[in-house]
Design a protein around this ligand. Structure first.
Ligand SMILES: [Fe+2]
Length: 195
């Protein structure tokens, strides 16, 4: 099978420029391309008996988590800006569940933003574990280190510098995080959570 880049229906974003968005979408398409490339390399060379070839193949195989998660997490990210911007509803199923665990939606939000302000290249993620019925605000380094197996990605915030450096300096990361939430379609996020 071949993965195809998704298209997204953005409105006019506030605090995220068209150039920033364009640069970022092109990077996303690169991940899709590399997932397909990786699969084709594995298929073409999987029967190699050459020692060097086996070693090289193992290193390619090791890259799958980076490329695949890079593709899928960007799809989560851009989907969140599709359609009209609406705040997460305190009375929605998600809003109520977050308030039940964290005390209030504001407390959850402050905790999530503090993950966003962590140093390092990666993502702030709100994940839901359907087994423990528990949310996690957590950091994923690159795209693959710190993923929580079997959880649902509810909210994904890209904190690689490429996500904001057309519009903001590294010292202005907090402003980028505010812009991210300002443009969020809360309805898209709420639909991801199934209690
Ligand atoms: Fe990104």
């Amino acid at each position: 099978m071949t993965y195809t880049p998704k298209t997204f229906s953005f409105g006019t974003l506030d605090g995220i420029s068209p150039k920033q968005l364009d640069v970022h979408l092109k990077l996303y398409e690169g991940y899709v391309k590399n997932v397909n490339l990786l699969e084709s390399v594995l298929a073409a060379y999987s029967k190699t008996e050459d020692e060097g070839g086996k070693y090289a193949l193992a290193e390619v195989r090791r890259r799958l988590g980076f490329e695949f998660n890079g593709m899928r997490m960007h799809e989560h990210y851009f989907d969140q800006w599709s359609g009209p911007s609406t705040t997460l509803g305190t009375d929605s199923t998600l809003g109520k569940a977050l308030s039940a665990q964290y005390g209030s939606l504001d407390v959850w939000m402050a905790d999530f933003k503090s993950v966003g302000m962590m140093r390092g290249i990666g993502w702030a993620i709100l994940s839901y574990d359907p087994v423990g019925k528990h949310f996690f605000n957590h950091f994923v380094a690159d795209h693959e280190l710190g993923q929580l197996n079997g959880t649902t990605t509810v909210l994904a915030l890209d904190l690689w510098e490429h996500a904001y450096m057309v519009d903001y300096t590294p010292a202005e990361k907090a402003k980028y995080i505010e812009a991210f939430f300002k443009n969020l379609n809360g309805g898209v996020v709420e639909k991801r959570f199934v209690a």
